[in-house]
Design a protein around this ligand. Structure first.
Ligand code: HEM
Length: 419
């Protein structure tokens, strides 16, 4: 039966407003309807008009077909130009113009420079450090009965890991974490101007100061390696260096925080699956992949731009239009997954799109999987009685198009302890 909010939208025949609180709250009902009825959907995010595709095969097509590109200027036939849909002051544009908004060959050249740091082998070497950080945080929580797990546990782990990988001094982590949070919240909705003109400038200053310090005092970290590449010649400009550091920070902080919290909530709501993991801990790797599919933190990729008019399911996607593959919906497409709404820690095969697809497939996947597996396994081992601290209906999903993340995750860690 059609949900009332969906039938209202259908009757009105208007573009779906992706930053309407109703969309954030009932995302999965919207997705079910879109998957069946409107596989190519006109949508709006604040003032931006876009088309959205939701089916698994359509998302993969838009992310790989040559009729779509990432750089907006290229979609309009220009060989050079800003990939951004609006003009920005030069200093600020440098931060926002990372490889995630570029096509090959520029994209490939930049990605090759950081690839090495994220291979499965490089990430394997970091796992002891992640274990240490996770246990340190859990030791801190020993005497507490109720916490917001997001701030007390899920956030500190990826924040510390990516900061150490980049070579950020510990004293600066807090400042950077605050700025990134403001930024990822501010990119949706009407706060965008403030974000672009004020917050982004602050991050720009912060990253440039960090680079200046690293030039004087290099270490064994990714940033020092990138600076070396920049100083070695024309492989990387200063602006590209700034953009890369910024991208790694943004991509590495928030995504993992919300994968951990979405994972905790999902497992608490599927206790049978948690019991299965206790009996068969070798299933943890596939469990984390299933969390990414079932309730991943990233629901939309950056838009692709059509280079020509494209007909899809009877709808014309116009040249130059931004098209967002809604991977959060595709991951529940019954054409691609058997019983997509069932959470199954042993699901196989599981070719989900939660880390994207094609040229921009997530660079940090091995790191994200390793951090999340360690964080969840240690948490549930040390707190087998963990429970939500509020009714599930009271948990607030943030109204951020393209994301699926909670505002907070209050939990009870164990019985009979002091708050
Ligand atoms: C925790 C879960 C994570 C999820 C669900 C996730 C998801 C994604 C997705 C969907 C994309 C494709 C975006 C697009 O096509 O526009 C992407 C790209 C990317 N991710 Fe992740 N990510 C995660 C963690 C990380 C981590 C820890 C890092 C490490 C710093 C990272 C670095 C990147 C980078 C650099 C790109 C851009 C790659 C490119 O443009 O070639 N991600 N990620």
């Amino acid at each position: 039966m059609m949900e009332p909010f969906v039938s209202r939208a259908l009757a009105a025949g208007r573009p779906i407003r992706m930053n309407d609180p109703d969309f954030a709250r009932h995302k999965y009902e919207w997705y079910r309807w879109m998957l069946e009825e409107v596989p190519v959907c006109r949508a709006r995010i604040s003032l931006m008009k876009l088309d959205v595709v939701v089916r698994y095969e359509d998302c993969r097509m838009v992310l790989t077909d040559e009729r779509f590109v990432r750089n907006r200027a290229r979609a309009r036939g220009k060989t050079d130009g800003s990939p951004l849909p609006f003009p920005l002051p030069r200093s600020v544009a440098a931060v926002a113009r990372s490889m995630i908004l570029e096509d090959d060959p520029e994209h490939r050249r930049l990605r090759n420079l950081v690839n090495k740091a994220f291979t499965a082998r490089a990430v394997g070497r970091l796992s002891n450090r992640v274990e240490e950080i996770s246990h340190e945080r859990l030791d801190d929580l020993e005497k507490r009965a109720r916490v917001d797990l997001m701030e007390a546990y899920a956030r500190p782990i990826p924040t510390r890991v990516i900061s150490e990988m980049i070579g950020l001094p510990r004293a600066d982590i807090r400042e950077l974490d605050d700025s990134v949070r403001v930024l990822t919240n501010g990119f949706s909705g009407l706060g965008i101007l403030r974000t672009l003109l004020f917050d982004l400038r602050a991050v720009n200053r912060f990253v440039r100061a960090l680079i200046a310090r690293k030039r004087d005092d290099p270490g064994d970290d990714i940033l020092s390696g990138l600076i070396e590449a920049e100083e070695a010649g024309d492989r990387l400009s200063e602006d590209e260096l700034v953009a890369m550091v910024f991208l790694l920070i943004v991509a590495g902080f928030e995504t993992t925080v919300h994968l951990i919290t979405n994972g905790v909530r999902t497992l608490l709501e599927h206790r049978d699956q948690l019991d299965r993991l206790r009996a068969q801990p070798e299933l943890w790797d596939s469990a984390v992949e299933e969390i990414v599919r079932y309730r991943g933190p990233v629901h939309g990729t950056k838009p692709q731009y059509a280079r020509e008019d494209v007909r899809l399911h009877g709808v014309t996607i116009r040249r130059g239009t931004p098209v967002m593959p809604l991977i959060g919906a595709a991951n529940h497409d019954p054409r691609a997954f058997e019983k997509p709404d069932v959470f199954d820690v042993a699901r196989s095969p599981n070719h989900h799109l939660g880390f994207g697809f094609g040229a921009h497939f997530c660079l940090g996947r091995p790191l994200a999987l390793m951090e999340t597996r360690i964080a969840l396994r240690n948490l549930f081992e040390r707190h087998p009685d963990l429970a939500l601290g509020v009714d599930p209906e009271e948990l607030v999903i943030a109204n951020l198009p393209g994301w699926h993340r909670h505002e907070h995750l209050p939990v009870v860690l164990g019985s009979g302890r002091d708050s």
